[in-house]
Design a protein around this ligand. Structure first.
Ligand SMILES: Cc1cc2nc3c(=O)[nH]c(=O)nc-3n(C[C@H](O)[C@H](O)[C@H](O)COP(=O)(O)OP(=O)(O)OC[C@H]3O[C@@H](n4cnc5c(N)ncnc54)[C@H](O)[C@@H]3O)c2cc1C
Length: 347
C-alpha cells in the first residue's frame, strides 16, 4: 500500500518546517523531504528587528508579523520545552548626523515609539559611539539550529520526514502526484536559494544574496545587548558572540572568504576594540533567498495548479515566515484569498 499525504513539502529550512508544523497543527497530512545540507536558516543569526536600514524604516506589516512570530515561537517553545526566541535589546550606534536627524524625525511619529527609545542611551565603557546609541525595542533573535533540530526530530517521530535529495525528474504528474512510492495531492517547494534549480518555478525573479557570519569566544563576558553598527553583534552566551553579516548580491557559492572575515572583524574592532583578543571559532556562509522586489514568493504554479512555492523570505525569515505560514495554510484550506498587500501573489 502506498503512503498518501495531502502535501509533499520539499525543504526543511525555516520555511518548510514552520509551514509543515502549521499544516500538522490543523490535522493536514504532510511528508517532508530535505537533502540535509547546511541551509540559510541554520547559518542565519535569526535576528528580529522591526526598524531597519539607514533611514530607520518600520518593517511593512510589522503589526501583523511581529505578534505572530512571537506567538509562534512561544508556542513552539512550550511544546519542545526550549526557549527558541531570545528577547534582547538592540543598541544602534548612531553612524552620522543624518542618521541622528532621521531618528529625531521618527520620534515625532507615535507609531515608532513602540520600537525606538525616546532618548539616546549612555554609551557603555566598552563601546565607541561618539554620536550616541539608540535603543531599539521589541528586538531579539531566534535560535534557529535547535528549533530546526527539534522540528526534524518531531517530523521523524511522525514518520513524515525523509532525508534525501528531491529529484525533480522523478515526480510523476497525476491526481495525486507520485514520487518514490509516495502519493501526494499537492507539492509545496520550500528550497530556499536552491529553488533556482526547480524546473517549474525557475522563472521567478530571485535576487539571491550571499552572507557570511563569524562566531567568537571571548575570555571575559561581553556586553549583554545586541549591537547594530552597519553590521550586527549578537551575544549568544556570556562569553560567546556572533557578528555579521556580509551581503553580496547574485553570489551563490557557500564558501567562507578571507575578505568577508577581514571586513567583519575590522568593523567590530572600530566600535568594540576590547574584542581584539576574542578567538574565532566558526566562519559560515550561505545564501539568502532574496527577491527582486523584496516580497516573498507564495505562488501557485500558473499551469500545474497543484504545485506551489513558499519561498523568498530574504533577510527576514524569522520575522516573516510564521505569519505567512498561517496565511498560506488559511488559503490552502479554504481557498480564501491571501491578505494583500502583505502577500504579493498571482492567484
Ligand atoms: C548569513 C545569513 C544571515 C542571515 N541572518 C538573518 C537574520 O538575522 N534574521 C533573519 O530573519 N534571517 C536571516 N537570514 C535569512 C534567513 O536565513 C532566511 O530568510 C530563511 O532562513 C530562509 O529559509 P528557507 O527555509 O526559505 O531556506 P533554507 O533555510 O535555505 O532551507 C531550504 C531547505 O531546502 C533544502 N532543499 C533545497 N533543494 C532541495 C532538494 N532538491 N531536495 C531536498 N531538499 C532540498 C535545503 O537543503 C534546505 O534545507 C540570514 C541568511 C544568511 C545566509
Amino acid at each position: 500500500m502506498h503512503k498518501q499525504v495531502d502535501y509533499l513539502i520539499i525543504g526543511q529550512g525555516l520555511a518548510g518546517s514552520l509551514l509543515a508544523w502549521e499544516l500538522i497543527q490543523r490535522g493536514i497530512t504532510v511528508h517532508i523531504v530535505d537533502n540535509n545540507q547546511e541551509n540559510a536558516s541554520q547559518v542565519a543569526a535569526g535576528l528580529i528587528n522591526p526598524v531597519t536600514g539607514m533611514r530607520l524604516v518600520k518593517n511593512e506589516g510589522i503589526e501583523n508579523l511581529l505578534p505572530c512570530a512571537k506567538q509562534t515561537y512561544q508556542s513552539l517553545g512550550h511544546f519542545f520545552k526550549t526557549d527558541f526566541y531570545q528577547k534582547k535589546t538592540l543598541l544602534r550606534i548612531v553612524r552620522n548626523e543624518k542618521e541622528l536627524k532621521k531618528y529625531q524625525q521618527r520620534l515625532l511619529d507615535p507609531s515608532y515609539l513602540d520600537f525606538l527609545s525616546s532618548e539616546l542611551k549612555p554609551t557603555p565603557a566598552e563601546l565607541i559611539a561618539p554620536l550616541g546609541l539608540i535603543q531599539q525595542k521589541q528586538t531579539g533573535y531566534l535560535a534557529t539550529v535547535p528549533l530546526l533540530k527539534q522540528l526534524k526530530e518531531f517530523f521523524q517521530s511522525k514518520q513524515c520526514y525523509q532525508a534525501t535529495n528531491f529529484d525533480y525528474q522523478a515526480l510523476t504528474f497525476g491526481n495525486p502526484f507520485s514520487w518514490q512510492g509516495l502519493r501526494a495531492k499537492k507539492v509545496i517547494f520550500c528550497e530556499g536559494y536552491q529553488a533556482i534549480n526547480n524546473p517549474w518555478f525557475q522563472y521567478l525573479p530571485f535576487q539571491l544574496a550571499k552572507g557570511e557570519i563569524l562566531t567568537f569566544k571571548n575570555n571575559t563576558p561581553v556586553i549583554p545587548e545586541m549591537l547594530n553598527y552597519g553590521r550586527w553583534f549578537i551575544p549568544s552566551s556570556a562569553q560567546e558572540f556572533r557578528i555579521g553579516a556580509t551581503f553580496e548580491n547574485n553570489v551563490i557559492d557557500t564558501q567562507p572568504t578571507e575578505q568577508a572575515k577581514t571586513d567583519l572583524i575590522a568593523a567590530l574592532h572600530k566600535v568594540y576594540p576590547s574584542l581584539k583578543s576574542a578567538q574565532l571559532i566558526k566562519h559560515q556562509a550561505n545564501i539568502r533567498p532574496t527577491t527582486l522586489d523584496k516580497s516573498p514568493f507564495i505562488e501557485q504554479h500558473p499551469e500545474h495548479k497543484n504545485l506551489y512555492i513558499f519561498n523568498g523570505f530574504g533577510s527576514k525569515g524569522s520575522l516573516q515566515i510564521p505569519f505567512y505560514s498561517q496565511q498560506f495554510v488559511d488559503y490552502l484550506s479554504s481557498n480564501s484569498s491571501l491578505r494583500k498587500p502583505l502577500i504579493q501573489q498571482s492567484y
